[in-house]
Design a protein around this ligand. Structure first.
Ligand code: NAG
Length: 473
């Protein structure tokens, strides 16, 4: 009943000294905390202000204390007593209760607010320790929150890198829809929630070492993983742009490794960009590791002879996202017979010639529908038996996924794999000597509002990270 009694006392004060009363009300407002100023008092009526004033007179509420600290109320307030009138059983009960009792009840409710509004504890005003340590929305956007540095700056080569993630914003090698130059930033956006990387499915089963991998917890592995940002690839000349990418990735290989894991060179995951960019990654991989077995997840062959796709009039038009594997084979980067197309389904241009040429480029084929007949086990067994110890480069064109799973891409083909099917096959590659990989052809302008395509690409890079890390566990 205290609130009620105080209120009576307050009434006398108001009657005797209205001027002083007005002054104090202003003081109360002036001393409101920053949050009160921003949001306003939860209860702000003439009645509540009078009550607050009364509480101050009684010494129960301080006018000076910032509500970031302790409660404004002294400790001896009896909650049960104050809430004696806090609940009403029925409408009839409510009507029977006198106006005075109702007023007392409102006073009690307001007193509760005054007490509990102060319960949040903020850090000291000069404490910033929680403001620079990440969080999903903190800092600059990097893939999964990994650290970044100027990887292409020769002054930085003594800063170790074990795994580099690098963006290749390039889409002037596309034959149909453009937009993949915006892929890297969209995929980083999709990767914001990866911070807590333990999943119950990585590695497909409890016996997989992948199950232990969490790329985003630096205490759970010894890899130094760096997001190198994007290579500034010019949109005005493909030849120069691709050369920029080559030099940038070459610079990454000049970094020392941390020495904490058994790898000779930094490994690179490239975020495309259209598929043309893979030619530069393969060139670099070949220079460091020799001939490469490429696992090419894609709905298209991409080994098209330039005379069939795009070329014929000039050299410039010959290299594009459907011919880069022809050039990789022609330049000797590929280990013949050990490369695979996986998830293939797009129409050929000149069927008989394209298939013959594709085999000449060194590829085996697992079509999208082969998954239904063979299942994951047979597919992965065939890959592993064929590839053996050969260094493997995993290139994932997002259009290997069905358009219902990944609509944001340049050349959609119906009848592809789901995200789950692709991730299951990728994780089953555990044990191969994977030296790098990429995810390409994510075109954010054609994605949905829910960014489903870049999210799929995010999960693929997450799987690639696991495959790179698990080799040293
Ligand atoms: C990291 O390296 C240290 C030192 O070699 C080793 O003791 C530890 O087991 C490694 N951690 C992991 C997760 O492999």
């Amino acid at each position: 009943m205290r609130g009620f009694l105080h209120f009576i006392f307050l009434g006398c004060t108001v009657a005797l000294s209205p001027y002083k009363y007005g002054q104090d009300i202003m003081n109360i407002e002036a001393s409101a905390s920053l949050l009160d100023q921003l949001y306003g008092e939860l209860v702000d009526s003439k009645e509540s202000r009078e009550h607050k004033f009364n509480c101050i007179n009684e010494g129960k509420v301080s006018t000076t204390k910032n509500n970031a600290g302790k409660s404004d109320f002294v400790e001896d307030v009896n909650y049960n007593e104050r809430f004696a009138f806090g609940t009403f059983q029925t409408m009839n009960d409510l009507i029977r209760i006198s106006e005075t009792q109702q007023r007392t009840s409102r006073m009690n409710a307001h007193e509760k607010y005054l007490t509990h509004r102060s319960s949040i504890k903020f850090p000291e005003n000069d404490d910033t320790s929680d403001l620079f340590t990440g969080g999903i929305f903190g800092g600059l956007l990097t893939f999964g929150g990994f650290k970044t540095m100027q990887c292409f700056n020769s002054n930085m080569f003594d800063h170790p890198i074990d795994i580099a993630i690098v963006g290749a914003p390039f889409d002037t090698g596309t034959s149909y829809r453009p937009g993949a130059r915006f892929g890297p930033e969209a995929i980083r956006l999709g990767a914001r929630r990866l911070h807590e990387g333990v999943t119950p499915v990585r590695g497909n089963g409890p016996n997989s070492k992948l199950r232990k991998v969490n790329p985003y917890d630096s205490k759970s592995h010894n890899f130094t993983i760096i997001d190198c940002g994007d290579v500034p690839m010019t949109p005005f000349d493909n030849r120069f742009a691709l050369n920029q990418l080559y030099r940038a990735e070459r610079a990454i290989h000049k970094h020392s490794t941390s020495g904490k894991v058994d790898i000779p060179l930094p490994k690179i995951i490239t975020i495309g960009g259209d598929h043309t960019i893979t030619l530069m990654a393969l060139r670099l991989a070949y220079e460091k590791y020799g001939r490469i077995a490429v696992l090419h997840f894609d709905s298209h062959i991409d080994t098209w002879n330039p005379k069939i796709l795009g070329g014929g009039y000039s050299d410039y038009m010959s290299l594009n996202h459907g011919t880069f594997l022809h050039y990789a084979a022609e330049n000797g980067y590929l280990e013949p017979g050990k490369c695979f197309h996986l998830g293939l389904r797009a129409p050929y241009i000149l069927a008989t010639y394209d298939q013959k040429h594709d085999r000449e480029c060194g590829f085996n084929t697992i079509t999208a529908r082969d998954l239904d007949d063979m299942g994951k086990e047979k597919i992965v067994t065939q890959i592993k038996e064929t590839v053996g110890e050969t260094p493997v480069y995993v290139s994932v064109d997002i259009d290997v996924l069905d358009p219902s799973t990944a609509p944001g891409t340049g050349t959609m083909e119906i009848g592809g794999w789901t995200g789950r099917e692709l991730l299951t096959i990728l994780d089953a590659l555990e044990g191969l000597n994977i030296i790098g990989g990429d995810v390409v052809e994510v075109s954010p302008p054609y994605d949905t509002n829910s960014e489903v395509t870049s999210l799929a690409a995010t999960a693929i890079i997450d799987s690639l990270l696991g495959l790179l890390i698990v080799q040293s566990i």
